[in-house]
Design a protein around this ligand. Structure first.
Ligand code: SF4
Ligand code: SF4
Length: 382
């Protein structure tokens, strides 16, 4: 391993090899540049995303088992840092925070004055371990929040500062279907650096691909060596293994028309018998973007605040307008969610709203499976 203190930056799509200890240096480089390093860590029986102090906070030697309504952590027999799939969290919690105070006001005689909001926290994030499906999900939220004339300033400012270290998947979960959605498992774009973890007996090492000028600059400060043919082949077989393990598929041909043509399909009533309208699927989904706004006052009426928080099309309040909820039935709420995600999203944003990450299947408490629902409607469509 050559270890230049600083070498000339590689070009975009060029690759090099780094060893396990160089990842520590990567964390240091990112922190030196003022980034808050966030990524996967094992906590409370799941792999979640949180601020990381060092690479030892990564889920070393852990993997996950996933099925509809089921998630378990399991020990691996190696020291893989990225040997799991995706957990209940997604990166949207950093770019589109679950709760934001929009403004505060205090009574001022017969009127009121707007008070300064708290200064924003450091929201210059470096994301570690972003999977290909998640890159696509971030791309979708980019279009939603800043792709048109109405731009979310909080999202835009966070997004523009974000540094992304992607990881190509080496295994697929039981609920993954990114291959059929053409969103993975290999990261093709939308990252600054992309790692492929190669496991050998001693310690994992990494093939790293440059995705941006910022990524090339960071890599130039990390000890690395030239990519050899064997490294390249090893990295290709890692991704091929993930493709071969993909737990589910979704047939997407004509799906936009399929759902728009079947608003009265009996399957909507069938799924409604199981759906608890708990909204887990929308909270876990990396592309769902709905929010609501709430006002709160103190008991004296001297102080008021306006908050924005995540909301879900599964709640009764979500479609409440002047005297009633538009979607009273569970069947209409499930139909709305799935039809938007897979069909009308194309009309609105020019792509599917689903990236095949499988979270809504794993984290649905009753194991409702969006791929099964599509299959059932396709099998007996009008
Ligand atoms: S589909 Fe599952 S996760 Fe979504 S609201 Fe219904 S019960 Fe909850
Ligand atoms: S709908 Fe389900 S599978 Fe698709 S992106 Fe959302 S959580 Fe993932």
């Amino acid at each position: 391993m050559t270890s230049p203190t600083k070498s000339s930056p590689l070009n975009i799509h060029e690759k090099a090899v780094i060893d396990r200890t160089a990842l520590d240096r990567l964390f240091e480089c990112l922190k030196d540049r003022g980034f808050r390093v966030v990524g996967p860590t094992a906590r409370d029986g799941a792999i979640i995303y949180d601020e990381l102090g060092s690479t030892s906070d990564l889920p070393v030697g852990w993997t996950d088992e996933q099925e509809a309504g089921r998630y378990r952590l399991k020990k691996r027999d190696d020291k893989a840092l990225f040997g799991y799939v995706v957990g209940p969290h997604s990166w949207k919690k950093y770019l589109f925070p679950p709760r934001q105070r929009l403004w505060m006001a205090k009574r001022n005689g017969r009127g009121f004055s707007i008070e300064k909001n708290d200064p924003p926290e450091n929201s210059k994030f470096a994301f570690i371990g972003v999977r290909s499906c998640e890159l696509h999900a971030i791309g979708i939220q980019d279009r939603v929040f800043m792709g048109d004339k109405f731009i979310d300033p909080v999202y835009k400012s966070r997004r523009e500062q974000t540094f992304i270290v992607a990881v190509n998947c080496g295994q697929a979960g039981g609920t993954c279907f990114c291959a059929s959605m053409k969103t993975g498992p290999k990261a093709e774009s939308g990252f600054d650096l992309a790692l492929t973890e190669i496991l050998n007996k001693k310690s994992p090492y990494y093939v790293v691909e440059v995705g941006s000028a910022a990524g090339a600059e960071v890599l130039a400060e990390i000890p690395h060596r030239e990519l050899g043919n064997k490294d390249e082949q090893a990295a290709e077989s890692v991704v091929a293994e993930a493709v071969s393990q993909m737990g589910r598929t979704m047939e997407t041909g004509g799906i936009r028309e399929l759902l728009q043509d079947n608003p009265y399909h009996p399957r909507w009533e069938e799924v409604a018998k199981r759906c608890l309208t708990c909204a887990n699927c929308t909270m876990a989904c990396p592309t769902c973007f709905c929010s609501t706004v709430e006002d709160a006052t103190d008991l004296t009426g001297d102080h008021a605040e306006r908050w924005k928080r995540w909301d879900s099309c599964f709640t009764m309040d979500f479609s409440y307008i002047h005297g009633g909820s538009v979607r009273q039935e569970t069947s209409s709420r499930y139909r709305h969610w799935m039809t938007h995600k897979l069909s009308t999203w194309h009309d609105q944003f020019g792509s599917s709203g689903c990236v095949g990450c499988g979270r809504c299947i794993t984290w649905c408490p009753v194991g409702i499976d969006i791929t099964e629902e599509v299959k059932a409607i396709r099998a007996s469509s009008s």
